[in-house]
Design a protein around this ligand. Structure first.
Ligand code: FAD
Length: 463
């Protein structure tokens, strides 16, 4: 019998993995992961994501070993690698779970055509999203641009139950073609190695994801409606990187919430809905990270960079690059922003409320283009997601779908007193807070707020 290849991508798990299940059902499965940094349009991973990917692949290898399924790692353009590997192994079938970025879909479609022409059986499956973006449309057949009706439509369905992990004994035992050692990909930082904080905060891999899910459902979910807003507590699930890398499937998380909805579990379910909505937007707008969804924002007079590249006309353009550095390094003088940025740098994750505050501060008080913030998050988040990151930045900036209006400008000081009332979060991340060693405020909140509103008014008035 010919072996089957299961091509792993953003689904680094053995449970609830329909592609793996199909390969195992065929009898002799080989797993393949391709590090593709060459196919046109594929966004290269940021530094924190590379760290996570390394450990996640090591963990997947362990899980596959236990099933007796070999994992081949190859670096290169996916079309080339998949074709060569399939031919070298003499595989009869190729399986994968679908992905939704435009560049990735182009690659997959090309491979599907090649496989079909070569007489290979090829099948793909829905595993990473609760909805297929092309199947869920408005009454007029278009994409959803507003969250509430989108989620109402989707969550009215019964999502399938997660599949169990396959049993051992269905792995390919024949000769394998040459493959890469994970270490040879150099995904881990070395000079310098800044990853100690990430390793302290996280255990990548499906087992740790399942453990965290069980803990959260057992201890955190009941308090989620309140807890999710509090960066000083462990009130949110912290499942985002596990979902990002597919170490947990959204079907597993959905069903773990139980069928009876409390206020907290409904809110939590709708957060999964926001993840779906971000992917819905990204599927329909492949340029989500580089183009405003609302084109009038193309006229916004950013302090940095200006509309003609780096030369801003706005009075802030000379100081903006330094301000961007201060924001990245957590020394703006606004503790809620600085604590968030330090949490991000240290652990590769930032609490959602603080992400909103830090993003609003960059875009609205510093007048810096949301894309520069998006790029920073892309490089530093372990959950950096090609859909959720740009969609949320556009949401904060006001340029996105169902976005927070531009004139809603978070006051970082008011947010601090409301959501970190005892100052625990700030004290943890800014030990020098309240001493002369802490940074001075780099801007005046009131003036910059007024300037931002003025700039927005100007943008709206020009036709
Ligand atoms: P919980 O509150 O426990 O939520 C459960 C899950 O729902 C999350 O794990 C996540 O998968 C999903 N979710 C929750 N809120 C959102 C949201 N607003 N948009 C999309 N999905 C959501 N999330 C990412 O996964 N990757 C990103 O790159 C990312 N970038 C962001 C950038 C900005 C500027 C902002 C404001 C938000 C961003 N988010 C991103 C959304 C959100 O901040 C994180 O999903 C959340 O903080 C993760 O923590 P958690 O798992 O404890 O969330």
């Amino acid at each position: 019998m010919k072996p089957s290849i299961v091509w792993f991508r953003d689904d680094l798990r053995v449970a609830d993995n329909p592609a793996l299940r199909a390969a195992v059902d065929d009898g002799a499965a080989v797993a393949l992961y391709v590090l593709d940094e060459e196919s046109p349009g594929i966004r290269p991973h940021g530094g924190a994501a590379r760290w996570w990917l390394h450990h996640s692949l090591a963990s997947l290898r362990g899980d596959l070993d236990a099933l007796g399924i070999p994992l081949l790692l190859r670096r290169g353009p996916a079309a080339d690698v998949v074709q060569k590997t399939t031919t070298a192994i003499g595989a009869g079938a190729l399986y994968w779970n679908r992905r939704y970025g435009a560049a990735e879909r182009t690659v997959d479609a090309g491979i599907k055509t090649w496989a079909g022409d070569s007489g290979l059986h090829v099948s793909s499956f829905q595993a990473s999203l609760l909805h297929e973006p092309w199947e869920v449309t408005t009454k007029t057949g278009g994409q959803y641009k507003v969250f509430t009706p989108f989620w109402r439509t989707i969550s009215a369905q019964d999502f399938r139950e997660p599949l169990p992990a396959p049993v051992a004994g269905h792995g390919f035992t024949g000769e394998l073609p040459a493959y890469d050692q994970l270490e040879s990909w150099h995904l881990l930082p070395t000079t310098p190695d800044w990853s100690a904080g990430l390793a302290e905060a996280w255990t990548p891999g499906s087992a740790a994801g399942h453990q965290r899910l069980a803990e959260f459902v057992g201890n955190g979910l009941g308090e989620y409606s309140e807890g999710r807003n509090r960066p000083d507590t462990d009130g949110s699930s912290r499942l985002s990187p596990y979902l990002r890398w597919g170490e947990l499937s959204p079907f597993e998380v959905w069903h773990a919430l139980g069928s009876k909805r409390s206020e907290s579990s409904s809110i939590y379910a709708s957060e999964l809905g926001w993840r779906e909505f971000c992917w819905h937007q990204y599927f329909h707008n492949p340029q989500l990270a580089t183009a405003n969804l609302r084109p009038e924002f193309d006229r916004f007079p950013w302090a940095w960079p200006g509309s003609n590249g780096s030369q801003g006309k706005h009075p802030g353009h000379q100081t903006a690059p330094q301000e961007l550095r201060a924001w990245q390094q957590g020394r703006t003088g606004f503790p809620m922003v600085d604590a968030g940025q330090r949490q991000l740098w240290h652990t590769g994750w930032m609490h959602n409320r603080v992400r909103m505050v830090a993003a609003s501060f960059l875009v609205k008080n510093l007048g810096i283009h949301w894309q520069l913030g998006e790029q920073w998050f892309w490089d530093t988040l372990v959950d950096a997601d090609p859909a959720s990151n740009p969609a949320n930045w556009q949401w904060v900036a006001g340029s996105g779908a169902d976005a927070s209006p531009f004139f809603r400008i978070f006051n970082p000081e008011a947010q601090r007193t409301k959501f970190d009332p005892q100052g625990k979060y700030i004290a943890h991340w800014i030990p020098e807070f309240g001493t002369p060693d802490y940074a001075e405020e780099i801007v005046d909140l009131k003036t910059t707020r007024a300037e931002a509103l003025e700039a927005y008014k100007g943008m709206k008035e020009v036709h």
